[in-house]
Design a protein around this ligand. Structure first.
Ligand code: NAD
Ligand code: DAU
Length: 372
């Protein structure tokens, strides 16, 4: 018999998919149900290897669908909700905030309400948990000498994305205080690793460099982020579920701060090394400068800055470390190396995403193309 019954929302996205791989590998007896709307960021291919596991189920649906969510919680007797589903890209939130309000705020509220009903219907169950996956961006921005964010830092979100995540965090806490719902929250810094959609900095730079396309660095590239390898994030959530205290919030960070420009230069070095050392890769990626003996860094281009661009994020993760002993396994050097290797080995995963983007661009710019 399975022990835990998990509902993982957004499990076809970047972190959600990594989490489902992690969980099914480590807790084989648990039931894992993924609920994902398969927006542009959701990719069933990321879950392909799991489809044959009897304990795994994929449900194509929206967290805002109250009837569906209620039925899933009831029929699957879910006792653990790990809530990843969100619109997650800051730049998209600047152009079109609506989807962020709908999914991140209303969707989270819908899940909370359904969770509350399920939990109240079975108060005997002592192991119920709603874990909300949030971000360091709710705290706003830091200057060079500011101390890192702690869990009690005031919320000061800059982008519509960050504001929508801040709102969702507040609702999760309100459900704890008002109804006693057993919740926990984690606020994490920038993740990177396998299955990362190539609109975010690291995967975008890798796939662009391989195709010989420009590497667009916003502003002067001095903005600082703290990077955490995605599997470490999954392990941290696991620790919070098993050892964390209900009602608490935990910051998760990589302790790996770096400016965007330095990060991109590091990625270029890793790609130069990998492509320079392999005739096969030079044949596969002939447009990559490294295939011609030049450096991918030649592709770096400074472009207009992101409006409201937070300058620096840094997380103080002492509370999580003290409560659970959690420390990241990967450092930035080992994590970036693994990530570059993964993208080189998995072109079959990312290439169709670029082709889909190109097809969409053609549809938008040449709506009559292909019509007779
Ligand atoms: P992602 O954009 O890669 O994936 C989001 C997933 O949610 C997709 O599979 C998408 O189809 C699904 N989804 C979107 N709207 C939905 C809806 N209405 N109903 C059901 N499914 C829906 O995001 P990610 O980078 O994996 O981030 C996951 C979570 O972690 C988010 O809540 C994000 O705020 C948080 N987070 C991300 C990072 C990071 O660096 N990526 C860091 C800290 C926190
Ligand atoms: O900090 C956690 C957050 O990290 C998560 O909550 C978000 O969901 C996730 O998308 C990420 O947000 P960022 O805005 O930090 O990530 P992004 O990859 O979009 O950008 C990282 C930095 O790189 C940021 O300072 C902007 C810059 N950037 C980004 C892109 C896409 C560029 O310079 N050029 C680019 O093309």
């Amino acid at each position: 018999m399975p022990r835990n019954k998990l509902l993982v929302t957004g499990g076809a996205g970047f972190i959600g998919a990594n989490f489902v791989h992690y969980w099914t590998r480590n807790y084989r007896r648990d039931r894992v149900v993924v609920l994902d709307a398969l927006t542009y960021a959701g990719n069933p291919a990321s879950l392909e290897p799991l489809q044959s596991l009897p304990a795994f189920r994929f449900v194509h649906g929206d967290i805002r669908d109250a009837t569906l969510v209620r039925a899933l919680l009831r029929d699957e007797r879910i006792n653990t909700i790990v809530h990843f589903a969100a619109e997650s890209h800051v730049d998209r939130s600047i152009h079109s905030p609506d989807a962020f309000i709908h999914t991140n705020v209303l969707g989270t509220c819908n899940l909370l309400q359904a969770a509350r009903e399920a939990w109240e219907a079975d108060r005997e169950a002592t192991d119920f948990r709603f874990h909300h996956v949030s971000t360091d961006e709710v705290y706003g921005t830091l200057s060079r000498d500011d101390p890192a964010f702690v869990e009690t830092s005031p919320y000061d979100p800059s982008s519509p994305y960050a504001a929508s995540k801040a709102a969702s965090d507040h609702f999760v806490r309100a459900y704890r205080r008002t109804y006693g719902l057993p919740v926990s929250i984690s606020n994490c810094s920038n993740n990177y690793g396998p299955y990362h959609f190539p609109e975010k900095l690291i995967p975008l730079m890798i796939v662009n460099a391989l195709s010989g396309a420009k590497l667009p660095v916003y502003g002067d590239g001095s903005n600082v982020r703290d990077w955490l390898f995605v599997e470490d994030h999954c392990r941290a959530i696991d620790r919070i579920l098993r050892q964390g205290t209900v009602g608490e919030t935990y910051n998760i960070g990589g302790g790996a701060e770096i400016s965007n420009l330095d990060l991109v230069r590091n990625l270029c070095r890793l790609l130069d090394e990998a492509i320079g050392a392999s005739r096969a890769l030079q044949g596969t990626y002939p447009d990559c400068p490294a295939a011609r003996g030049s450096s991918c860094a030649d592709l770096i281009t400074f472009v207009a800055d992101r409006p409201g661009h937070d300058w620096r994020y840094a997380m103080d993760a002492a509370k999580l470390r003290n409560a659970t002993g959690f420390q990241p396994d990967e450092n930035l050097v080992s994590g970036l190396r693994k990530t570059v290797q993964w993208y080189l080995a998995n072109e079959g995963w990312w290439r169709p995403l670029l082709d889909a983007r190109y097809a969409k661009w053609v549809r938008q710019n040449y709506p009559d193309a292909g019509r007779t």
